[in-house]
Structure formats: structure tokens, C-alpha cells
Unconditional design. Structure first.
Length: 372
């Protein structure tokens, strides 16, 4: 919010400065104190400055508009949740104390979103620098720390790591979405093993190995497909929970699912597109695949946070990485390193990797929120 306000303030200030310079230039021309060549050259320069500022304002307001739409959807979800709580209390499903606590928590979220929407609408309706803090002639400077480029939002890479750890520590429920595909894998593995035993036993009894193993292969295909879908949904839910916790609303499974279920199609189609693109990339001597892996790393964040569609999310991830190349590479490389190190630890490596998944998703999500 603060970042967008500062960006608008700077853009409006630049616009108004360009308009003033053009006005002064016209006066000088009328007075005859500059020649035609000087006039045309400086007019072209100031006009370009004005057009650039107008474009920047339009882009910022488009971002604000998307954020308003996202917040309005979330507001609708929480209002429906509040209505459902009332019905559940009236029919006797919830006790008075349980209802009171749940209602208070939900109303708090609604109040926060409404307050944020009010600020966002104010920014969206801004017509001049005066509406966003006044004209400023001071450029927004970014302090460089330990080789990292802080964002306009103010978080360094170190801040992102610290905040991700705090969010995870304060909201351990964030790990639940990651547990769902694991639980499915365990259940499906035992089912498949039982199927293998049955196929072998049935083959010996009836001599029909081919049909039994065909069924088994189909079962394995179904297991893998469902597992991948659950992983994709788990990532989407985790991103929403990290965002909610970062914004102070707390991470909730119910609200995360409500936000995710409407984007299942976009998540699945985008994941399929990414898989195909990466396959083709790695087939082309590996290097293109590595580059594409980095460029498409934030596809899920674009869908869950900015409500991009399947194709739009690929473009958004590309633009984001291109605009924040240094920080993106740092976060991605560190995440890959953490995942690799944990995966090779004997016995407990898989468990540690499971525990680390929400943290790794949080790193990418907070970077995306802060830099976009």
C-alpha cells in the first residue's frame, strides 16, 4: 500500500513537473526568447517526460484495480463465512462461546479488508500529487545492503527470510496443505502394493496376468495424476495463507481453500503449460530449460495474488523476474540449495523437506508481494 502510494506520488509529481515545464516553454516561445530549434527540441523532451509519467500512472492504477478486485472477492468470501457462522450457531452446530470467537475473528478480517479497500479506492481515484501526499522533487532512493537490492516496499532479502520464518513459526497451520498430497501418497502406496500382491496372486490363480497388470498400471497413473493435482493445489493454498499472514489477517485453511478453489482451472492449465515449456526447454541442450525454470518460477504467485489467468501468469512471471532479476535469482538458487541439501540427508531428509516446503513457498511469495 505504502509502495503504491509513493509510486503514484512520484508519477503524479513527474507529470505535473512536465506540464509546468511545457507551460513555461510556451511562454518563452511567445516572448520570443528562444528560437524554433530550441523550442522543438525541448518540447519533444518534456512531452516524452509527460507521456512516460502518464503511462506509469496508468500501470500503477491497473495494479491497484486488480488488487481491489482481489480484495473484493476475499471480502465476499468472509461475509459468506460470517453468514454461515450465524446459521451454524442458530441450528445448534456451534456453541455460544465458539460462535463468538469465530464471529469476532471473521469480523476482524472483514474490517481489515474494508479498511484496505477504502485506501486502495482512494489511491485509484487520485487525480494529482496532492491526493497522494503532495508534489515531491526527491527521487525514491534505494539503499544497497550486503549486495542485495531492497525493494520499493522496503524488504531486503534478509528481511524476506526473517519474515518467512516468523510467519511459519506464528502460523504452523501453513504446513497442512503440504500434508495432504503426502497423506494421499501414503494411502495410495499401500493400495498399490495391495494391488500388486492381488495381481500376482490372481495371475497364479486365473492365469490372466495381462489384464490384472493393465488395471494396476491404470491405477498407478491415477495415483500420480491426483498426487500432482494435490501438490499444485497445496502450493496455491500455501501462497494465500502466507499472503494473509503477511498482511496481518492470520493464515486460515478455510479462507485459503475458498480463494484457491476458484482458481483451480488456471493453476492446472498453467502448470501443464509450464511442464510442456520446460520439457521443450530441457530438450534443447538443457540451458534453455534452466533459463525458463527461473523465468516461470512465480507463475502460481501471479495466479493467486494478482488473479492472472493461465497464460497471463506465465507473462507476469516473466515480467517479474526480468524486472527483479537479481533478487529472483538469489531466492530461487537458495531455495534449490535448501531443497537439495535436505533431500540428501539420510532417513529424515524427506521429513525435513516436507517441513521446509511452506518456508520455500513463503520466500517466493513474499518476494513477489514486495517487488511486484
Amino acid at each position: 500500500m505504502v509502495r503504491k502510494e509513493k509510486e503514484l506520488q512520484m508519477a503524479f509529481s513527474e507529470k505535473e513537473r512536465a506540464e509546468t515545464l511545457l507551460s513555461n516553454l510556451e511562454k518563452l516561445k511567445e516572448e520570443g526568447t528562444i528560437d524554433e530549434t530550441q523550442y522543438e527540441s525541448m518540447k519533444s523532451q518534456y512531452t516524452e517526460m509527460l507521456n512516460s509519467a502518464n503511462t506509469e500512472i496508468e500501470q500503477i492504477k491497473n495494479e491497484i484495480s486488480r488488487e481491489i478486485e482481489s480484495e473484493q472477492r476475499d471480502l465476499g468470501v468472509y461475509k459468506q463465512e460470517l453468514s454461515n457462522l450465524e446459521v451454524r450457531f442458530k441450528v445448534g452446530e456451534l456453541g455460544a462461546e465458539e460462535y463468538r470467537k469465530a464471529e469476532q475473528k471473521t469480523r476482524s478480517k472483514i474490517d481489515k479488508i474494508e479498511s484496505k479497500l477504502s485506501e486502495l479506492n482512494k489511491l485509484y481515484e487520485a487525480k494529482s500529487a496532492a491526493d497522494v501526499g503532495g508534489v515531491t522533487g526527491v527521487e525514491m532512493k534505494r539503499e544497497v545492503k550486503v549486495g542485495y537490492k531492497p525493494s520499493a516496499g522496503g524488504m531486503t532479502i534478509s528481511d524476506i527470510f526473517s519474515r518467512s520464518f516468523e510467519i511459519y513459526k506464528e502460523n504452523p497451520v501453513i504446513i497442512v496443505p503440504s500434508l495432504i498430497p503426502i497423506a494421499w501418497a501414503i494411502i495410495a502406496t499401500f493400495t498399490i502394493l495391495a494391488g500388486v500382491y492381488g495381481a500376482i496372486a490372481g495371475g497364479f490363480l486365473y492365469g490372466d496376468f495381462e489384464e490384472l497388470f493393465t488395471t494396476l498400471i491404470i491405477g498407478i497413473g491415477v495415483f500420480v495424476t491426483v498426487f500432482i493435482i494435490l501438490l499444485i493445489l497445496a502450493e496455491g493454498m500455501t501462497i494465500v495463507m502466507v499472503r494473509d499472514a503477511f498482511e496481518g489477517g492470520g493464515a486460515g485453511l478455510s479462507s485459503a481453500w475458498e480463494s484457491t478453489k476458484g482458481k483451480i482451472g488456471a493453476l492446472l492449465i498453467a502448470s501443464l503449460l509450464v511442464a510442456v515449456i520446460l520439457f521443450l526447454g530441457y530438450a534443447c541442450l538443457i540451458i534453455p530449460g534452466l533459463i525458463l525454470t527461473f523465468l516461470l518460477y512465480f507463475v502460481a504467485q501471479a495466479i493467486m495474488i494478482d488473479d492472472e489467468g493461465a497464460v497471463g501468469s506465465l507473462k507476469a512471471s516473466y515480467r517479474f523476474v526480468r524486472s527483479n532479476l537479481g533478487d529472483s535469482v538469489i531466492i530461487i538458487l537458495i531455495s534449490i540449495a535448501i531443497a537439495f541439501i535436505l533431500s540428501i540427508i539420510p532417513i529424515i531428509g524427506d521429513i525435513l523437506m516436507l517441513l521446509a516446503m511452506p518456508f520455500l513457498i513463503s520466500l517466493a511469495t513474499l518476494l513477489y508481494i514486495d517487488r511486484r
